[in-house]
Design a protein around this ligand. Sequence first.
Ligand code: TYM
Length: 339
Amino acid sequence: MRVVSGIQPTGKPHLGNYLGAIRNYVKLQDDAQAAGGECLIFIADLHALSLPHDPAELHASTLELVATLVACGLDPNKAILFNQAQVPAHPEMQWLLSGTARMGWLNRMTQWKDKAGKNREGQSIALFTYPVLQAADVLLYQATHVPVGEDQKQHLELARDIAQKFNNDFCPEDAPLFTLPEPIIPPEAARIMSLRDGSAKMSKSDPSDMSRINLQDDADAIMKKIKKAKTDPEPLPSEEAGLNARPEALNLVSIYGALTGQSVERVLSENGGQGFGAFKPKLGEALVETLAPISERFRALKEDRETLDAILARGAAKARERGTPTLAAAYEALGLVRG
Ligand code: TYM
């Protein structure tokens, strides 16, 4: 079992990242250990170059994200925690896969279409080829399990397509090089939505801070954001079907269920008939209960620059070692001569 996943250091990590992905990194680091496998989690700082960025901010937020991941329960003694920029095999492998990935495949990526909008010609090449780097990230380590939110599913399917084509084109039938990775998506929190618009994903790039709960928000900010979260005037239904066409209500109920380990059905059977005036404070409290210890640990860690640098250096050394055999095999399969 090889668990591999990444998270971008742009913007502040939020509840969607936590419930959709980070919580599963923490769970899977233990599952991997129990199965005699390994878990590699990285800060996708190279991916951050695909959109305009401020170098000083990128540097600071990379270190803050390490502190956040550790605060969330990722243990650098159990998982290999590193940033891509310290492991050149990632962009190397990306180039080796670039002869296999197809323009048509990348053109179909919904994130490319959404982020580029009407101005495709003005986008960086990195924004277009970004999913090939993402494929390299997981294929380099022979990942079996990739914990992600629903929005990354298409990128993972692309990684599988690239792996399969490379195996077909360059490897003997009985000795494929790349393992096909499986996405691990939590059904209860696959897609946490914005607090201001139930049809948009909660996102680091939303200009409104009221649209998301940041993992570093304090209790007052959390309660205020939940109080102001968009809802409708109807009370909560007693059954799931009653949430059809009520995306904001469904989102709040799903968040509450994900935090308390209950299904939507169960949350409704206990809270059906309540108005949001009663349900929102309950949700706010559940959020504070989960996030307060995380932000406390984060604050204690984030100034400890030496520890954060050391975690990344140690993780990167291990990651470089883990990636070496597959990178060498990819060079060889392609017929490239290396001394
Ligand atoms: P990123 O940084 O946008 O998000 C990190 C993780 O959080 C999940 N996520 C969500 N889950 C549920 N609801 C939401 N509203 C929500 N928003 C974000 C994402 O699905 C992701 O799992 N391209 C990736 C980073 C990456 C990567 C990889 C992931 C680079 N290489 C290799 C896996 C494997 C990204 O931008 O995630």
